[in-house]
Unconditional design. Structure first.
Length: 156
């Protein structure tokens, strides 16, 4: 499941859901903004969690959360086992044994935030440099015009 907020923010291509259904609201406080809703859309997503890379088709639901919820179908397809004590998922994928822990997922989110901050800072710096160059060019053009005007006045 993925939220309409996330779909709109990232501009994912929307697919028509092959089997419409009603998703009844959950009692979990994290989903308090959800109500019973007719699910009519899906999106195809690729994601990376640590070293694990996969793709899923998700139902789109109106919610403010920006999380990707991997449901029963993903668990069944990957034969994922969840250990409540270690809070880790274990499954086989492409001949490898994969273990995803909450710490890994949290660290992955921190790294993504840092990478995004660095990208934004880089863009801001590029924009500042661009403005400085444009200002210098503008000043140089003004100076040339003034010199040209002075030569015209002297020549008369």
């Amino acid at each position: 499941m993925v939220s309409t907020t996330m779909v709109e923010k990232w501009g994912f291509s929307i697919l028509k859901h092959p089997k419409l259904y009603i998703l009844y609201s959950l009692k979990d406080p994290e989903f308090k903004d959800m109500v019973d809703v007719l699910v009519t859309k899906q999106v195809r997503l690729s994601f990376i969690l640590g070293e694990y890379e996969d793709g899923v088709i998700c139902d789109v639901v109106p919610s403010k959360t920006r999380d990707l919820l991997l449901g029963l179908l993903w668990h069944q397809q990957r034969r994922a086992k969840y250990d409540r004590h270690t809070k880790a998922y274990t499954f086989s994928f492409k001949t490898r044994q994969i273990t995803l822990t909450c710490d890994q997922l949290d660290q992955d989110q921190i790294m993504k935030r840092e990478t995004i901050k660095e990208m934004v800072q880089s863009l801001v710096n590029e924009e500042k440099q661009k403005r400085v160059i444009e200002k210098k060019e503008s000043d140089n053009n003004k100076e040339r015009k003034e010199v040209h005007e002075e030569k015209k006045v002297e020549g008369k």
